[in-house]
Design a protein around this ligand. Structure first.
Ligand code: YNC
Ligand code: MG
Length: 386
């Protein structure tokens, strides 16, 4: 049972399959004056803090909390190690609210012990654009687990979202919660199979040897598509047009404008890489692909500290076949020394995963808060960065 989640406006397991429930908000918005004005109470030894992510010092504290306490795989072999540049990128998009970057400190030591964040997003559901919060980076220090601190943090971020007159949210989780609008799966493409095997991320397959495995995953030295190059600032209008047009086919998708594209997709060192195809003849921009950088710490290995992972982000194929475009993405990721390239089975990714030698990994569910949707939306692609 879920004592906390059963009290929240999210789809409930008991309602699954009940098509009489209308699509849309579960609870109507209250008036702003009815939103609780004071923060929720914390246990006596702790206090709220707003984390200024523009400050190097605070950003470093958040970095260290997450580096030591954030998400691990089921076998506790790896832990996400989001970089400080990545955290700034993920948490300070256009129109972000500093008050949604919420920390908890121990009063006596002033040590940061818990964190949760929201950023604003415009998410289109069918033909309606809903302003939502994307909730991410919920983290409680390992020594403070199972004390029901997470529900207080979730209620506090909800209160601060409501104070900005927003009533819906989206988030993802690796654990089972009531109730996902979609469940998707991670797929992994080895770029550095020897290291992945040495650290226990993957195994030598049946009837395979190390050298045959290395040969299997070998890639050409450079991309095959003529006109494949990095995205530049001057490309933002063309990339925005391509992406908006592509996303229009999905039931649920972010509603990106040029400012969003500049923030989320212009290449930033060690954060996000984006490439496009510019026709050598017409100079028309026809295709686009991108991935972000999210390393994981390798726990307790003598030889390696970090697994360098690229995560497929938005890819749009119009003229170049998606398979070829993604193969070029793998090639540039390999050039940049990534060990593995990850992708979810969302959008049209299923059409290339097997052929490009991705193997299946863990499940990942997306949930909407205070929004009921009728069908499981298999193409849902919100809250990517978690
Ligand atoms: C989770 N990941 O079920 P019930 S993902 C949501 N997301 O409540 P306690 C979670 N809820 O079941 P702990 C959750 N994990 O009794 C647990 N819960 O109803 C629920 N891990 O609280 C859980 N980060 O404080 C239970 O648990 C209640 O001390 C138990 O703390 C949990 O960022 C946690 O995986 C996750 O740091 C903080 O384990 C801790 O275990 C931890 O006793 C490692 O909590 C890091 C990790 C989660 C990453 C993420 C998305 C978070 C979404 C939160 C929900 C947002 C709702 C929308 C709000 C805005 C609304 C508007 C408008
Ligand atoms: Mg707790």
């Amino acid at each position: 049972t879920h004592k906390f989640w059963e009290s929240q406006p999210v789809g409930q397991f008991k309602d699954i399959g009940d098509s009489s429930l209308p699509e849309g908000p579960i609870e109507p918005p209250t008036s702003l004056s009815e939103v609780k004005q004071e923060p929720y109470n914390l246990p006596a030894l702790y206090e709220w803090t707003t984390c200024d992510m523009e400050s190097d010092e605070t950003c470093n504290e958040v970095y260290n909390l997450l580096k030591n306490n954030y998400v691990e795989d089921d076998e506790n072999m790896f832990r996400f190690n989001y970089s400080q540049e990545f955290l700034r990128w993920a948490l300070c998009p256009p129109g972000y609210y500093p008050s949604w970057h919420i920390g908890v400190r121990a009063k006596a030591s002033q040590k940061l012990v818990a964190f949760i964040t929201g950023v604003p997003a415009r998410i289109r559901v069918r033909d309606e654009v809903v302003k939502m919060a994307e909730i991410n980076f919920l983290c409680v220090h390992k020594k403070l687990r199972s004390k029901r601190l997470a529900p207080v943090m979730i209620k506090e971020v909800t209160r601060r979202v409501h104070l900005e007159n927003m009533w819906q949210a989206a988030y993802t989780a690796g654990v089972v919660l009531p109730t996902p609008v979609t469940t998707c799966q991670y797929w992994h493409r080895s770029l550095n199979p020897k290291k992945l095997i040495d650290v226990g991320f993957s195994r030598v397959g049946a009837r395979m040897t190390m050298s045959r495995t290395i040969k299997l995953y070998k890639l050409p030295d450079s991309p095959a598509t003529p006109g494949f190059r990095k995205v530049e600032l001057r490309d933002v209008p063309a990339v925005t047009r391509l992406l908006r047009n592509y996303l229009s086919q999905f039931v649920v998708a972010p509603d990106f404008d040029e400012n969003d594209v500049e923030h989320w997709l212009l290449p930033t060192d060690n954060v996000v890489d984006s490439y496009l195809v510019e026709s050598p003849e017409t100079h028309e921009i026809t295709d686009f692909c991108s991935f972000y950088t999210l390393p994981s710490s390798i726990l307790g290995n003598q030889n390696y500290l970090t697994l360098k992972a690229a995560y497929s982000y938005y890819n749009v194929s119009v003229k170049t076949p998606l398979l070829q475009l993604m193969n070029d993405a793998l090639i540039v990721a390999k050039q940049k020394d990534f060990d593995v390239f990850n992708a979810l089975d969302v959008m049209h990714n299923e059409s290339f995963l097997k052929e490009l030698k991705f193997g299946p990994g863990s499940l990942h569910q997306s949930i909407l808060f205070n929004y009921k949707s009728k069908t499981a939306v298999s193409t849902l692609l919100v809250t990517y960065l978690s």
